[in-house]
Design a protein around this ligand. Sequence first.
Ligand code: ACO
Length: 399
Amino acid sequence: SIDVSTLTRQTGLTALDYGFVNTSSTRSAITYIDGEQGILRYRGYPIEELAEHSTYLEVAWLLMYGELPTADQLGEFDEKIRRHTLLHEDLKRFFSALPHTAHPMAVLSSAVAALSTYYEDSSDPHDPDHVELTTIRLLAKMPVIAAYAHKKSIGQAFLYPDNSLNFVENFLRLNFGNMAEPYHIDPTLAKALDRLLILHEDHEQNASTSTVRLVGSTGANLYASISAGIQALSGPLHGGANEAVLQMLAQIRDSGEGVGKFVERVKRKEDGVKLMGFGHRVYKNYDPRAKIVKTSADAVLEGLGVNDPLLDIAKELEQFALEDDYFKQRRLYPNVDFYTGVIYKAMGFPTRMFTVLFAIGRLPGWIAHWREMNLDGGTKIGRPQQLYTGSPERHYPMH
Ligand code: ACO
């Protein structure tokens, strides 16, 4: 690789790279991907091993600090997060001011931005103690905000966090519990959600992480950077794909057109229709996360006692696509979003919450990248070049 900033200074040449297909914006020691082989590792550990044996909070620590925590470190981290789950009471008025029809991703992003108005407790957003506290606050409060967004969208009362519960249990209770009766944690559900969150924790320089880095490179604080990352994630070509996949599967079921006819429409690019949950900028092989999600989908649905015909449609669709030349030639495989929606639905989450779950999963990765850039690496403001294609100089008409 070459350092193009030196080359540009010396020669005046710039590279035009739509979508940054071939431009590295940074060095990073957090996540390794080999898209040809379908390999994903966090800090060197294969995703398969972490998904099988670790927990969301342990992986969050690994991503942010570079090593697996000791039992004491993890215990202390968990304890701190439990102590910071409460939101400022005034935020209730913030939530009530938003329409109940608001998309939960928009609520999440706005509320995370609003957190910076409550916690402007350092004039230096890069002060290491402040960054530690902000990291804990975000990890503790974002799931509570997400659950508030969910409750608001279904017209139910918000619950306060119960800090005797662990991260995932607390989140499940905030979403599915109610004021009238105690909430019983289903261990199958908690384990499955924890695993899905692990799979989403980082994915190197994807669009939302690059957004977090770009915003953070200006010196903006962590809340502002994460809020922007959430917005970037919301698009259907990125995290919003998990919501779009479920809509696509439901549409295939409801229209009765059949999987084959739908695939034909995709191949003809009719009205720009795509096979959502398929294809990836980096993976030109099966996404290793999708492999794990697919193998656990049957078990999770069975464990939850759910039989969803959408899972059968998804499997049929995948089989059809993998055998088709259009998809083979373009090396399009299922990505992480293809099967997650069916599982989230079985867990009881409404479709509009799916990308919010992705955001909670991705939060430690976003924070790890912001920290790597600001605390370890030294910041250089992100500022792409352009090739100007507009009018040459002309003059304002004098009448
Ligand atoms: N369905 C049908 N055709 C597709 C799909 C798809 N899902 N994805 C790519 N293609 C086609 C493109 O039309 C293009 O065809 P062409 O050569 O005839 O023009 C070719 O495959 C190459 O695709 P690009 O769009 O150039 O690939 P790019 O790397 O820019 O896009 C992306 C990657 C955005 C993920 C794309 O595959 C896509 O839109 N997939 C569907 C949305 C999706 O699932 N997004 C989630 C991504 S994973 C994540 O963010 C967690």
